[in-house]
Design a protein around this ligand. Structure first.
Ligand code: APR
Length: 174
């Protein structure tokens, strides 16, 4: 498994699956959720509505998979990160669970390349350094990681980009 760090807009990335930092309603929102829904188009929302009809929304720390609509991907995996809430409760475990739940869906759907945004570090206010450490450590320790060829962390702001590039050890550079 290769880990890549890149800056920019995740809706421009060409991978098997693009990961969305969603909310539990699955009805879209601001931030990367808004960008993905805008670019993907109405098919994405249709799939989200079908999931809502079947199971309600998506719980924090869990993930669901839909089509990718007009995006350069085959799937969108929507995961719901925790709101930081001053670090109270099990927010760290829930953030880690976003990454493992997403990777579980990648394996179940034979997805080989997946792009993550920096989940919970925008509107949900999770501290970026701690979120980066959780993301990288969770991915590196994920047992099934060798079934996945490439994981891309897409950083939209310079602070996250510097954190991820600093955290990435040389032997992971693709
Ligand atoms: N491409 C990549 N990353 C992006 C993009 C984009 N187009 N737009 C925003 N980001 C980055 C933000 O800079 C941040 O680092 O995604 C990270 C997550 O920020 P948010 O999108 O605000 O997501 P989050 O903090 O997880 O909050 C989720 O926000 O948009 C709503 O519906 C969403 O209620 C949910 C909440």
């Amino acid at each position: 498994m290769k880990i890549k760090i890149q800056s920019g807009d995740i809706t421009q990335v060409n991978v098997d699956a693009i990961v969305n930092a969603a909310n539990s309603s699955l009805l879209g929102g601001g931030g990367v959720d808004g960008a993905i829904h805008r670019k993907a188009g109405s098919q994405l929302l249709d799939d989200c509505m079908a999931i809502r009809a079947k199971q309600g929304g998506c719980k924090t720390g869990n993930a669901v998979i839909t089509c990718a609509g007009n995006l350069n991907a085959n799937f969108v995996i929507h995961t719901v990160g925790p709101v930081w809430n001053n670090g109270k409760g099990n927010v760290r475990e829930l953030l880690a669970s976003c990454y493992t739940s997403t990777l579980d869906l990648c394996i179940a759907n034979q997805i080989k390349t997946v792009a993550f945004p920096n989940i919970s570090t925008g509107i949900y206010k999770f501290p970026k350094k701690e979120a980066c450490e959780i993301a990288m450590n969770t991915v590196m320790n994920y047992l099934g990681k060798n079934e996945i060829e490439e994981i891309i962390f897409v950083c939209y702001d310079i602070e996250n980009l510097i954190l991820y590039e600093t955290m990435q050890s040389p032997n992971e550079i693709s």
